[in-house]
Design a protein around this ligand. Structure first.
Ligand code: KIV
Ligand code: ZN
Length: 420
């Protein structure tokens, strides 16, 4: 509604929202360096991982899943180095007054968990994240174990992890194709064994917003000890629903969201951190949580991940795509030139961009072309000259889609400075 516009605009413009009365702080768990690195071809070297972790820390991310320590000696070294070098940093962390918690992933086995702890323990705040599949598909075809064995293995793993660290996350892999009643059985036992965060992953990107919200409501209402733990979302984007599902999980009671920069990750990727932050910031009335991260770091983090992974962001990607703050249509450009709010729901500055851009093409109008001519220094053209130039620009745009500053200067110079 229009009456909310002013408040919305104000919120999206402030890079950091401070504590909001009556709302819970959303815990941001970034897994760019673990699930994100599982994107085909996105391998990162040690130096790149440390630099990404540094940006995440400055960003205000609460937990960084830095890798899967048992996976390879390189992964172990990366998690250990990030725990040691980035774990203690406090720059940009005024909102929580705490350093970033460094987490490692491990399967539900003592060997994995020990290796994980040996890597993360160097950080002042650390977490062991252990997981076991709970869907019948996985139990039968992948693990070849019964439901009873699954409960036993999960509880044993969590008990061991809790003997090493006071912060233990347990994930029910493929939760959204698991029987919810069985999930309750597993989750009840891992809470009793010492788990402090319960993650309900939509491992194969199968769920829908309504279903995901209902599953959280059901699990929180029916699992003994539910109020002692933090509930977490972890969504994959196979149906393009990862962000919508994560937000629905939050509506259902989750208070941690697992995300990656640019939404990189297995197959179609994970929930994108930038989409969650800006959805919660731009529509605060819609959510019962707030986030205290520094949103102006979004563009920087996105560009760094793009450059290090070599995975280009699609131009129309929300928040961080090249066209996210670009306007081509004449009516839109005219509106934005008069007042940015006409076609922008958040400011480019709020995500760390210096400005929006008016892309000049065949849909662009006279106002946008005239504004660009003035920016280029052509301030004393007559209305008739402008009409003629715009006509020429548009004919060029028909052929080459986008008219650059160089194209415009060439056309104007050709006309104005033509020798007699
Ligand atoms: O998608 C998934 O299930 C995972 C778990 C290991 C949390 O990435
Ligand atoms: Zn995942």
């Amino acid at each position: 509604p229009a009456r909310l516009d002013a408040a919305v605009r104000k919120t999206s413009q402030s890079s950091r929202a401070s504590a909001v009365v009556g709302k819970d702080r959303l815990i941001l768990f970034d897994t760019t360096l673990r699930d994100g690195e599982q994107s085909p071809g996105a391998t990162l070297n040690l130096k790149e991982k440390v630099e990404i972790a540094r940006v995440l820390s400055r960003f205000g991310v609460d937990i960084c899943e830095a890798g899967f320590p048992i996976a390879s000696p390189g992964d172990f070294e990366a998690v250990k180095t990030i725990a040691t070098e980035i774990g203690p940093l406090m720059t940009g962390r005024e909102a929580t007054g705490q350093p970033m918690r460094i987490c490692g992933l491990s399967r539900a086995s003592e060997k994995d968990i020990q290796r994980c702890f040996d890597a993360v323990k160097h950080a002042p705040l650390h977490r062991i994240h252990t997981f076991l599949a709970t869907s019948d598909i996985h139990l039968k075809h992948k693990l070849n174990i019964s439901r009873e064995e699954c409960i036993e293995r999960a509880a044993k793993a969590v008990k061991f992890a809790s003997s090493l660290s006071e912060d233990v996350e347990f994930s029910t892999e493929d939760a959204m194709r698991s029987d919810p009643k069985f999930l309750v059985e597993v989750l009840k036992e891992v809470i009793a064994a010492g788990a402090t965060t319960l993650n309900i992953p939509d491992t194969v990107g199968f769920t829908t917003p309504i279903e995901y919200q209902q599953v959280f409501e059901y699990l929180i209402a029916n699992t003994p000890g539910a109020d002692k733990v933090v509930w977490s979302t972890h969504c994959h984007n196979d149906l393009g629903l990862a962000t919508a599902n994560s937000l629905a999980g939050i509506a259902g009671g989750a208070r941690q969201v697992e995300v990656t920069v640019n939404g990189i990750g297995e197959r179609a990727g994970n929930t994108a951190i930038e989409e969650i932050i800006m959805a919660v910031r731009t529509r605060p009335q819609q959510f019962n949580v707030y986030t205290s991260v520094d949103a102006t770091q979004i563009t920087r983090a996105s560009r760094m991940v793009t450059s290090f992974t070599g995975m280009a962001v699609q131009p129309n990607k929300a928040i961080v795509g090249e066209n996210a703050f670009a306007h081509e249509a004449g009516i839109h450009q005219d509106g934005v030139l008069k007042h940015a709010e006409t076609y922008e729901i958040m400011t480019p500055e709020s995500v760390g961009l210096s400005t929006n851009s008016l892309v000049l093409g065949k849909h662009s109008g006279k106002h946008a072309y005239k504004a660009r001519l003035e920016e280029l220094g052509y301030t004393d053209l007559s209305p008739q000259q402008i009409d003629e130039f715009v006509d020429k620009f548009k004919r060029l745009a028909d052929e080459k889609k986008v008219v650059t500053d160089a194209d415009m200067e060439a056309i104007v110079a050709d006309e104005i400075y033509q020798p007699e």
